[in-house]
Every structure is written in C-alpha cells, then in structure tokens.
Design a protein around this ligand. Sequence first.
Ligand code: 5AD
Length: 365
Amino acid sequence: MERINIHQNTRLFTLIDKLEQEHSLTPSEYEYLITCRCKEAAEILAEKAVSLRQQIYGNSVYIRGLIEISNICRNDCLYCGIRRSNQNCERYRLTAEQILECCEEGYYLGFRTFVLQGGEDAFFTDEVICGILSKIKKQYPDCAVTLSLGERSRDSYQRLFDAGADRYLLRHETADYEHYQKLHPPEMSFRRRMECLQELRATGYQTGCGFMVGSPYQTAAELAEDLKFIEDFQPEMCGIGPFIPHKDTPFCNMAAGDVELTCYLLSIIRLIHPPVLLPATTALGTIDPDGREKGILSGANVVMPNLSPVSVRKKYELYNNKICTGDESAQCKSLLAKKMESIGYEIVTDRGDIKNQIEKTSHPE
Ligand code: 5AD
C-alpha cells in the first residue's frame, strides 16, 4: 500500500515538473494530476503558478468593472438561473444611458476595463451595441471594453470589433461533446460554440474561454479535455469558477463545485499558459468568503467587481446566493485593495492587457 502511494506521488510530482518545463501534458497525464490531487501537490502547483505570474505581472491584480446589461436570454442552459424557461426570474434590460452611467461611475472609481455581460437578448442588435461601444470609446479612449454576450454571427463579431470592442469572453463550458449535450438543450451546438471562439480569435479579439468546475456529470477525463483545449487554444483570458446550483433550474439538487479543485485548476492553467489573464471569479467568492483571495494565491491575477446598477444586481442571478452587494462590488474597491494588500498584492488602474514578456525588474541607480 505504502509503496503504491510513494510510486503515485513520484509520478504526480514528475508530472508537475514536466508541466512547469513544457507547459503541456497529455490528456491522460492531466487526468492523473486531477484524480491524484493531494494537499502537497496543490501547494507545489500554487507556488509554481504564483512565481510564474510574479515574473510576468509582478504583484499586480487587474480589475474589471462588470456591467450586467440584461438577464433576458434566448438560451435554456440547464445550469443557468437566467435560462429562458425560468419563470421566476424577474427580467430586466439596461438602457444605453444606464450602461454609460455605470461606465462613468466605474471610471471615477478607477476602472479602465468595462465588461458588458448579458444573456443572449435580441434587443441588443449590432446596431444597438455598436452605438454603445462608440460612445464608451469616445468618452473613455484609455479604457478597454470586453464583451460577454454569447454566440453571435461572425459578421456581428466583426462589427462589434470595428466599433471598438477589444476583448470577448465566451466560456466553452466543457470541451467534451457529450458532456456539452448534458448541460445544454438539444438546440444548442457544441460545434458552433467552439467555432465562435475561433471566429472571435480570427476577428482580432483578445479572447477568453472557460468552464465551470464541478458542473453536473463532469469527470476528471472531461476536465483533462478542458485543460488540453486551453493548452491548444492559448486564450488571452480564461474564466473558471465552481458550479453553484440555482433553485429554479433542472440542476437545483446537484452538488456545488469545490473551492480547492477550482484553485488547483487555476494553478495548472497558469502553468499551461503563463501570460493568461485569469480571474478569481465571483462564483469562487460566492462559495467561499475568502475564495477570491485563495484564487489569487493559486495564480489568478484578475478580479471583476460588480458595477451594475444596484437595483438590478440581484436579478442577474446565474446561481443562488451570488454575492453582489458586499465588498465585491465596485463601490468597495478600497476594501478590495486592502484585502489584496494584506496578501501581498496591489490593485492597479490600467487596462491590464495580456503581457507576453517576463517583467524587467527595474534597478534603481
Ligand atoms: N454556477 C456557476 N457558474 C454558472 N454560470 C452559469 N450558471 C452557473 C452556475 N449555476 C457561468 C457559465 C457562464 C457564465 C456567465 O456563468 O459558465 O458562461
């Protein structure tokens, strides 16, 4: 028994070293890393991830102001609280003016990236979004705008890019075809999702993918496929957070994802693609009050405080008990800064684009 353990651990730590050196493993090696996860491996991975992030980004933590523009959605994803079948969801949509007011407040608070996120709401045609984008870009030329508005046509992605959008987040949700079908209604297509990511990349966006940790029916082999996909796709951003059940969805009785596994995967993703912009997500902060700090200490380097009007925040409920009015809100940036300082990090006010170079340490004369 003991010999098997020693043997397993040797393999585990050899794989961690291999990942650090080559930024790549085979799917079965990723799977092994996940199934044989232990505290010691998590600590070593986090240490390596933090040191790599440090070399590229120093102690900087980037902030993004998240504006939830609409919870109206034509999709019916089985896990999501704003799915169209949820009759209990009180729907809202922000006006262009409201969105611009959020940006105004955000700019004042020190945000230089605005993330416009919403359900797939037909009201937000290219024309409407382009109008909003050009206003934001005109008023705040020093800011980046990230869109997170789901699947659109290649043409649409191009128009929004031409109107000034810099980045686009579209989680792939799972890199496994069969698992994708278990999480989505039949009319949604895994192939189209993956195509969208390729089109976003080809259009010129800094592109973000991502997935939920512990989503229903997820296996270690599927998580390994997610990691392999990230290795191949090399996204500029990658959003991962624990699955959290929502009471008005078919997955209401499913177990929530695990904080430690999420942090473990954050470290692995940092090792796979060192310059990736990796948020410590709201979902991570929701299942654990120290989740965001734990995420940063595992290799994440982005936080996305909520900048939506307070009146709608509770309505953008993707999962139950989503934190939104506490210290994760944009208005509490100074508290967030203090928390980050207490663990050795600094919130910075700049666009926070991806860096591909190791930071040069300045040598004061
Ligand atoms: N738990 C955790 N994350 C969720 N998302 C949607 N529903 C849930 C849930 N129940 C995530 C999806 C989506 C992102 C906006 O939020 O990954 O892409």
